[in-house]
Write a new protein. Sequence first.
Length: 488
Amino acid sequence: MSIFDHRLSLAHLVAWLVLFRLVPQKNEYRKMTATSIKLIVAAALALPYGGFAADTQVEPERASKLLGAQNHQFERKIIQVSENVYTAVGFHGANTSMIVGDDGIIIVDTLRGPFSAAMALKAFRKYSIKPVKAILYTHSHGDHIGGASAFVGEEKPEIYATEGFGSAEGVNKAVNPVKGLRNIRQFGRDLPVGQRTNRGVAPANTHDKDGGKGYVPPTIRISEDGYRETIAGVDLEFYLAPGETDDAMFIWLPDEKVLFAGDNFYHAFPNLYAIRGTAYRDVLNWSESVGRMAEFKPHHVVPGHTMPISGQEAATASLKDYSEAIGSIYDQTIDGINQGKSPDQLAHEVGLPEHLKDRPYLVEFYGTVPHAVRAIYAGLLGWFDGNPTTLNPMEPRLKAQKVAKLAGGTEMLTKQMDAALEEEDYQWALELSDHLKWLEDGDLKRARKVKIEALRGLAAREYNAPNRNYYLSYANELESGTLSEVWF
Ligand SMILES: [Zn+2]
């Protein structure tokens, strides 16, 4: 069985399109019960894992249609979530929300910069012209805090965040040059319009020039005991919730049973590891934080990105499932580690539990299971996989020479590389081209060309947005000659 034909049939795809097209745009999920979501998505996704755990490669047409369907998760609009809660989706990468109180409004997250934030505020103003009394930051990622100045009016609102706020990333700036480059690739920031799809949980095109310019520091810090306050007549509860970042919190609105989840929940498998490069995200904490959210049995969940989910059954089940999925990936990885298995092996073995494979909010549009497994391994044990063979692996040039010898010489190795590309065995073509790169008698130009084509071949079949963006960006960089020889 080819790796491209086992997952999604045309009928499944049609069901996906029905899910995203025929349901009215406003309050999509309010009208859907958990059961109906489950039924539709069960029809949309068939995920037999077989030997291809967490494989996000499908036929090219299917990959682009799936990503096209995911775009409906961040079309620009205001959603009225409950009587007094409005969420602005698609004004930038993340969401911003407005809670309307007696004599003022409360803003949850502020987008990346003042330009997008001002647009969202203008759209909110159709529903309330009351002054902004408070701003709440769910966590310190730039796409949630950089637009605050647009919401700060005459009243100088208090700004709430956790005690550890700011500890998420960027503390060690030593590797920022390479993280910046990898960030551009992960999000496809430099891709030409024709190659753009989305960023998994965010649209491809965002206004980023003023990123961070509107950041206003917090004035009130929430400790690990949590916090309750009535602001503008609205009862609010704050709970620490380490997950995507250690400095995350969720906010609970008891009267309307709305839960603001920040980035610990969104409509895609969680990015337990970001390929742009981040410190270890504590996966177990993440699972527990989402589990705690589920205990509130919310009627509405407002994620940090993508559409809110409404209906007590659907909202609560989504959090339960999410927590369980993260916990299961963690447990399976730990079991495997303790059996002595390597990250390479585990990345191909661990998968979502059978009963969660059909959940629309667990499709690997953003994070992937194999990346999560590797992150857990490295996060808990570091880079060494326990096998003494890998304690001091060969220097790449020497290994390439030995591989060439094994293949019957450099020419034979080149032939094998070409054949792999021809047979659309793209990963193998990449690996052989990387060996060829080191060989003095190797045709570097040819190896580079094969690498570019193989990356584009993988990208076309990829529905995980960061993978796809990375493959395409890297291929373009190689082609344009902007990459140094280090990168090949
Ligand atoms: Zn975010």
